[in-house]
Each structure stands twice: as C-alpha cells, then as structure tokens.
Design a protein around this ligand. Structure first.
Ligand code: ADP
Ligand code: MG
Length: 708
C-alpha cells in the first residue's frame, strides 16, 4: 500500500473532509438557515421542520457528492457500544425509477426497533419503540470502508415516553443543568457578557496492540478482550524501556493511518506515544464540548479497532488485558467555559479572575467530596475492578490533587479568622491570599491522583479505557451544578456578595479539605489515611453501581432534571446485569480453555514424561530418575489442582446462574465466579511455565506483548 500523502500541504485540505462541519454548513446553507441552526445549537431556538428540510437536503447533496448511498442515525445505547441502522437514500418515483432523497423528518427522527437494546424495565415489551433524535450540536460525518460510504447522524436515543435509553441524553441534560447554575453565579459576580456555559472534555485514550496472528488463537482475548490465563514472560515492564520509546515501524504505519482517518473526520488526534507497558499506546485529541468529545472518543475507539485490523493488528481497549503489566485507562480532562471563551477553571491574572476561579475551584472540591461515591460509580466496570483497588493505579479512593501552592492559598484563606470580615477582592488585592503564578507543567506531575488539577482543568483519571466518557461527565457536571446552585442561593440572599464569596471559599475548603491529597495515591499509608479521613474506598463494581440509586444520587439527578428516578433504577439494573454477563462469559471461557486446551496439553506432557521416565528405568534400574519423578509429580499435582479448580468454577457458574435477581446474581459473580477463575488461573499459569512451549495450546504473553 502506498503511504497516504501526509505532507504539510495535504493535511489542512484533508482535515474534516468527512465531517459536515460548521464550515461546510456555512458554505452550503442559505444564510438564514445557517443562522437558524446556530440558534438551535446554542439553545436559543427550537428546531423547525422547515429548517431541518433544508439542512437535510444540503447534507444529502454533500454526502452523495462524496459517494454516500446510505445514511444512519448513530446512537449510544447502554450496551457500551454504538448502534446504527442503515437506510438508503433511494426513493421510488413510481415509474420504476428512483431518486435520492433525504427529508427533514428523516434527519430529525428515527425509529429503530429498540426491543433488543437494554432498557432495564423502562420499556414494556409491547412498547418496543424507541426514537433517535438528531443532536444538532455534534457534526454529522461520513464513514468510508471497502463496502461504500455512509452518512452518520449523531442522535440521542429515547423511549416513547421520553426516558433516556442512551449515554447522550443525560449528558446533554447535565450540560444544561450546569449551564443554568453557573450562569447564576456569573451574573452575581457581575458578568453580563457571557450567555452560556459549556463544559469541555479532552480524553486521553490508552490501548494495547497485539499481532492478530496471535490474538486470533486466544478465545479469551477475542471474546472478552482480556487474557484470562498467561504467565509473565522473563521480561515484563520492569525495564521501563517502552514508555515514550521510539515507535516501531509497524506501529507508526498504523498510527499514520489512524490519524489520517480521524483527521478526515475532523477529529483532532494530537498526541500519540508509547505507554508504560509493552505494546501499550495512547492517543489524545484536542478538547471539545462534552458531548462532541464524547462522540469523538467513541469514534476514536471504533476507528482504532478498524484500522488495527487492516494492519493485521488487534487493538485492545480492555482495562486489563494482561495480568502483571499495567492496564489501560482513560484520562478525562474536564473544564467549564463560557460561550465567549472564558475558562472558569483558569486562575487568571488579576484579583477579579482569581476570585472567580477560587469560587469555582471550591465548588469542584465540594462536588467531588460530597458526590465521591457517585463519581466512583461512574468509573466502575468489570475491567476496572482489576485496576481500581487492586494493585494498580489509580486507587479506588477518590481524592483531589491541587498541588502545594494552590493548597497553601486555600489554607491561607480558610485559616485566619481576622480575614473573616474582609471580602475576597481585598484579600487578593492586598496580597493577603494572593494567587501565585501556577507553573502549568508542575501541576500535572502527580500521576497517582485520581482527580488532579492540572493548571486550568481537572483530570479525572479513573475512567475505564473501554467505556464512554459520557457517564463520568454526567456525574461531574451535575454534581458541580448542584454545588453552584447552593452557592448561588446563598450569594443571591447575601447583602454583600463579595464578602460572601470569600466566606464560601474559606468555609467550603475547611469543610471539604479532607478530599485534598497531594501525596502518593498508590501508597499503603494513603489507604489508611483515607479511612481516618472518612473517605469512601469502594473497590468493587458490585458495590459501586448501587450508588446510582442512593438517596443522594436520586436527589441530585432528579433535582437537576438529569435522570428521573426510574431511569436511575433502570441503569442500575442494566449495569449490574452487564457486569454479571461479563464475568459469566469470562468464567465460561476460562473453564472451556482449561478443560479443552490446557488440561489436554498437561496430560500429553505427563504421558511423554512418564514414558521417558519408564524408558530410562527400563534401560537400567540404577539410573537416577528422582528429579524427573519430582517434576512429574509437580506437573501431576498442578494438573489435578487444575481439574479440581475447573469443577469449582463450574459449580460457581452454576450457582450464579441459578440466581434470577440481578443484584444478587451480580454479587454471586463477584463473590464466587471471579475468585474461582483467579484460583484456576494460578494453576494454569504454573503449568504454562512447566509444559513445553510446543505443547502449549495458545500464544504466550511473550508473543502477545513483545512481538510486533
Ligand atoms: P497532559 O500533560 O495530561 O498530556 P495536555 O495539556 O496535553 O496534558 O492535555 C491533555 C488533554 O487535556 C488534551 O486532550 C487537551 O486537549 C485537554 N485539555 C486542555 N485544555 C482543556 C480544557 N480547558 N478543558 C478540557 N480539556 C482540556
Ligand atoms: Mg494526562
């Protein structure tokens, strides 16, 4: 294959050619329609069918010029994947001929048969209808593959009665919630120019690449995304020579094509590098509004998988594909900005900006402290259980890293009772609690914190690598909206808002400083210290998910119109079921591989070894066979243990299978199936280190991690 033209000149021309971007709309829509659609995007007007007709037509012409024959509404059901249903543009005109058509109605609304998507009891079986509705704020795009070109329209997915069935609807609602409350604060602080608040997200995505020839021969990898067996090779990640190391040519070629695909979609893939573990990589895109960034990250994950296959590679997005080497995560960089470009988490360079920053910072501190269990819930899945709270970072305890300087400023503000009477501007202007220039590059260097302030944004580092970023951002936005609501209530009632701001910052810090931790989040001492501070340490998904339906959660989300109570209950059910299914699949595959691949290989070795030993003994009884017999005994013991662990796992699977209630079922998977799998693995991995390579039935870690 000839390498694509990535010369400096070509890239700007290629960039975004597959996106129905703002620039394309400006160029192709009549001015009044363009203006109307911008108003809709900015929440200033409702979308009319008339406007939709014109946009649909322009979209269709643009797509057809680029070779599209079909369109699809693209949505994010709670399976964790994206879904699509393709329709062609053709429309019969009655005389045996067709024309290419795409109406405003078809753009605005779709009706996929929704009965097979999880709804957690929200949709009665007789009411299988679900609707997809165009998200005007996320650009439509074209996807090309060897079979053709299709127009993709990002949509939200709701039930007949308007309940959210996807990840996007609550995200959009949470953005609205924070917009409402943050605008109140801005007005109180005297801002009259901004008209809207947007939340911004930049996702850093980690993944592994393995050679497809090897991956194909491991049913665990292909079916669950992780290896349920595998012992560490002689060389692991201890050399730390992979991080930021030179990219191998095969990987470079893959990344080149990946970038090209993403750039064509108008996705600003910006950085890429080797990660800590062998064959682990990261890709980051430039931040965007939360819902666009969330769509973009889904596309990045999909594109990673697709492009990898073209290079005979398999991209693994699982949180923990390999035991004993680092797993993958996703860093969710998050901030709040105004429509006229003010980053509200930017410290700024004058006292007024400093005061605003400190107030929003205080709100974030309180939001994370108060809603830590829900935030933790948003990062829970079966894969992340191997990382959070296991022997890997980040820990399951939510804490905030602020850096020493910022912490000092807050200490200063909160500490001195003499300052109580002064207002925040006076304090900052007189330098009593002046904000130092924060060195951007230093603030990010604590890599062990799950929630780190990095100069002008927070970085939430718990997000599972395989999941949508929508969930965590729904929690962040709504929790923040709630604290801003309380601040705004207090400020609006206050006679001297400036003084009140200073009080709020100090008071909030005093009450919530337990969440701030600038030390090493991986250390044992921190776990003990966190317990002393009363911070929750939720290590398992089965304990985290039910936080969705805690009183605090229901109160929070219903107040801000982000979730109805039924929606929360349905999600709790869906997520626990998903967890149980995943563990069940992993357990079944472990059992199958152990019984049909590992056990026969071990028995074959036993046969050969016993044969050799008897042969030796028959040659001469005086030959020493003690060591061979010891080895044989070892292998036999391990094989017997493997066999009995298989039986145990089978019993655990049957036990979980017999429990119908979803909560109890998920718990049984966690308490019985998972440990039984781990126990089985111990013996399987020991056997792998004893049985000859040629007999071992599937590729080893060495092949998966070091051969590219
Ligand atoms: P790091 O040191 O973690 O690599 P970077 O400055 O490279 O930090 O940023 C990482 C991510 O944060 C990128 O995706 C970037 O676009 C994003 N980011 C930067 N500013 C913001 C912001 N204001 N809001 C959200 N994300 C942001
Ligand atoms: Mg980062």
């Amino acid at each position: 294959m000839t390498p694509p033209d990535l010369s400096e000149k070509a890239i700007p021309e290629l960039y975004g050619i597959n996106a129905f971007s703002d620039a394309v709309m400006k160029q192709r829509l009549p001015r009044s329609i363009y203006k109307a659609i911008k108003d809709v995007q900015e929440g200033k007007a409702e979308l009319t069918l008339e406007v939709a007709e014109v946009v649909a037509n322009a979209m269709k012409d643009w797509a057809i010029e680029r070779g599209a024959t079909h369109y699809t509404h693209w949505f994010q059901p709670l399976t964790g994947l994206t879904a699509e249903k393709h329709d062609s543009f053709i429309s019969p005109i009655g005389d045996g001929r067709v024309m290419m058509e795409f109406s405003g109605k078809e753009l605005i609304k779709g009706e996929p048969d929704a009965s097979s998507f999880p709804s957690g009891g929200l949709r009665a079986t007789f009411e299988a209808r679900g609707y997809t509705a165009w998200d005007t704020t996320s650009p439509a795009f074209l996807k090309e593959d060897s079979t053709g070109v299709t127009l993709y329209i990002p949509t939200a997915f709701v039930s007949y009665h308007g309940e959210a069935l996807d990840k996007k609807v609550p995200l959009l609602r949470s953005m609205e919630a924070i917009n409402r409350q943050a605008m109140r604060i801005l007005r109180i602080l005297g801002n009259t120019s901004s008209t809207r608040i947007i939340t911004t997200v930049g996702a850093e995505q980690e993944y592994f690449l393995v050679d497809r020839r090897y991956a194909d021969r491991r049913s665990d990898l292909m079916l669950t995304g992780r290896t349920v067996f595998g012992c560490l090779p002689a060389k692991g990640q201890e050399m730390e020579d992979h991080y930021f190391g030179a990219l191998k040519e095969r990987v470079s070629a893959f990344m080149r094509e990946l970038n090209l695909e993403l750039w064509k979609l108008g996705i600003s893939a910006k950085t890429q590098h080797n990660e800590v573990a062998p064959n682990q990589f990261e890709i980051a895109c430039i931040f965007d509004t939360s819902n666009v960034a969330s769509d973009t990250n889904q596309l990045v994950m999909e594109t990673l998988g697709r492009v990898a296959l073209r290079h005979n590679l398999v991209a693994l997005l699982h949180e923990k594909p390999f035991a004993g080497v680092n797993g993958s995560g996703k860093h969710n960089n998050w901030s709040i900005a105004t429509d006229d470009g003010i980053n509200l988490l930017e410290p700024g360079d004058n006292p007024r900006q400093n005061a605003r920053f400190l107030l929003f910072l205080a709100a974030a501190i309180r939001a994370v402290d108060e809603y830590a269990p829900i935030l933790r819930m948003s990062a829970a899945n079966a894969g992340n259980d191997h990382r959070l709270g296991a022997n890997e970072a980040p820990p399951a305890i939510i804490s905030i890293f602020l850096g020493d300087q910022l912490t000092e400023v807050l200490e200063e503000l909160a500490d001195d009772s003499r300052k109580k009477q002064k207002d925040i501007l006076t304090l900052l202007e007189t330098g009593v609690a002046a904000l130092p220039k924060l060195p951007r590059d230093l603030t990010d260097r604590n890599r062990t914190s799950p929630f780190a302030f990095t100069g002008n944004k927070f970085e939430f580092r718990m997000v599972p690598s395989s999941e949508s970023v929508a969930g965590p951002n729904v929690v962040l936005n709504t929790a923040m909206a709630e604290i801003l609501r309380r601040f705004a209530d207090e400020l609006e009632q206050s006679e001297d808002p400036q003084k009140k701001v200073s009080f709020l910052i100090a008071e909030t810090y005093r009450r919530h400083k337990r969440i701030i931790f600038n030390g090493n989040g991986y250390s044992e001492e921190w776990v003990a210290e966190a317990v002393r501070r009363g911070l929750p340490n939720i290590t398992a998904t089965v304990d985290a998910i039910p936080e969705l339906v805690s009183n605090a959660s229901i109160e929070l989300f219903t107040r801000h119109g982000v979730f109805r109570s039924e929606e929360l209950h349905s999600r709790c059910e869906i997520y626990l079921e998903r967890y149980a299914k995943q563990i069940n699949i992993e357990g079944s595959i472990s059992l199958e591989m152990a019984r049909t691949e590992i056990y026969p290989a071990a028995m074959e070795y036993i046969r050969r070894l016993s044969g050799s030993i008897s042969a030796l003994q028959s040659v001469s009884a005086s030959l020493d066979t003690k060591e061979h017999l010891a080895l044989l005994t070892d292998i036999n013991d391990e094989t017997c243990a493997l066999k009995s662990c298989c039986d145990k796992l089978a019993a655990a699977l049957a036990r979980a299978h017999g429990i119908a209630e979803y909560g109890a079922n998920a718990r049984a998977c966690h308490e019985f199936v998972f440990p039984a799998m781990q126990e089985l693995r111990v013996h399987a991995d020991r056997l792998e280190s004893l049985v000859p390579r040629e007999l071992w039935p599937f590729p080893s870690y060495e092949e998966l991690l070091f051969r590219l």
